[in-house]
Design a protein around this ligand. Structure first.
Ligand code: SF4
Length: 353
């Protein structure tokens, strides 16, 4: 921490002042979200998993969190729900394993813990889909356990506070962050502190140029005003994005669309438009194409229509089902790109009258 303080205050005093200042700032300026108004571990875990790869604006603004909590309000309700209903409620958020893991966790808590969520991070980390950060978040937010958390925001704040100039996405860098977070997380006001350090990264110590003039803990920051501050935290060189294309058929009949089950771990349980090898698309009419991103791939989805003479045979040869595409509720859980393709197709049809 800043030179000069140690001459007057002990390290513990400085740390206490830092923690108190940050918590006081959060109590005044922190945003109010539904999961910050509860200490229910279930509600907190739902929010944490939803927010893992999705923006708050989507989770709240588009009603996902509220709808989920209304439909599956506790461990028991989620444990007993049908997978299809769960995937449907998650539809549009992507990364569907988060939803499946939430249900597996609910089942485990009902079966192994009598419906009572464990408080300690070791037990929490053994639950499906719960990593070190999520375990720390649930333990501290729901139970007030002195557990550190490190997410992207916290990593940025800590890197800048300590002017840490090594990559944080290495084992060494992660050790630094977690050990530092553990040293700095207080026993008292832990819920406030963990929320505050994340909020500081969201509101003030933002990606790119931080707003150091508004920072409540600027006097303790070792990188404030230093060259290269905007680039912190440092990361290893990025994995290259690979481009690929995917060809699918949109086959409709009397207001219904032909869909097939997805296979593969990531999208198991979801449905899609039937895929065909690109070598078989030469004579087909391309209706539309657009890009979507998944993990390290940028995929160009090409949507084709079949000549009417072979549509019946195509459907008969494949294992799929017909669904009414005018009735949103009757569609099975669909991957976002295929839902988008169906909506675009409907728009094209409407435009043609
Ligand atoms: Fe971040 Fe600036 Fe605050 Fe340091 S002073 S923690 S760089 S906002």
């Amino acid at each position: 921490m800043a030179a000069g303080y140690e001459a007057v205050f002990s390290k513990e005093d400085i740390l206490f002042r830092f923690q108190s200042t940050l918590c006081d700032w959060f109590d005044k300026s922190g945003k109010d979200y539904p999961w910050r108004q509860t200490s229910d571990p279930y509600a907190i875990l739902v929010s944490e998993l939803m927010l893992q790869q999705t923006q708050i604006a989507t989770v709240l603004g588009r009603g996902y969190y509220g709808r989920w909590m209304a439909q599956f309000g506790n461990w028991e309700a989620l444990a007993q729900a049908k997978e299809e209903d769960i995937l449907k409620a998650w539809e549009g958020l992507g990364y569907y394993n988060r939803a499946r893991n939430l249900q597996k966790t609910a089942i485990r808590i009902c079966d192994d813990y009598g419906g009572v969520c464990p408080r300690d991070t070791e037990s929490l980390e053994r639950l499906p889909g719960v990593g070190r950060y999520t375990a720390g978040a649930v333990a501290s937010f729901a139970f007030g356990v002195q557990a550190p958390i490190v997410d992207g925001n916290v990593a940025r704040v800590l890197s800048r506070l300590f002017d840490y100039r090594k990559p944080v996405d290495t084992a060494f860098g992660q050790n630094f962050l977690w050990a530092t977070a553990a040293r700095m997380t207080p026993g008292e006001r832990v819920r406030s502190y963990n929320s505050a350090i994340m909020e500081l990264g969201q509101q003030v110590c933002t990606k790119g140029v931080p707003d150091c003039g508004e920072c409540p803990v600027a006097i303790w920051c070792l990188s404030k005003g230093n060259e290269g501050l905007e680039a912190l935290p440092l990361k290893k060189a990025k994995v290259a994005i690979t481009k690929k294309s995917e060809s699918v058929i949109i086959l409709t009949h009397e207001g219904r669309v032909f869909l097939e089950r997805e296979s593969g771990r990531r999208r198991n349980g979801l449905w899609k438009l039937p895929e065909i090898p690109s070598s078989e698309t030469e004579d087909l009419e391309e209706l539309m194409s657009f890009d979507y991103a998944i993990t390290r791939f940028k995929v160009t989805l090409k949507v084709f229509e079949l000549p009417s003479a072979i549509r019946g045979k195509f459907a008969a040869d494949r294992e799929g089902k017909w669904y009414n595409f005018n009735d949103e509720a009757s569609l099975p859980p669909l991957g976002s790109p295929y839902r988008k393709a169906i909506q675009k197709y409907q728009n094209i049809r409407n435009d043609l009258g």
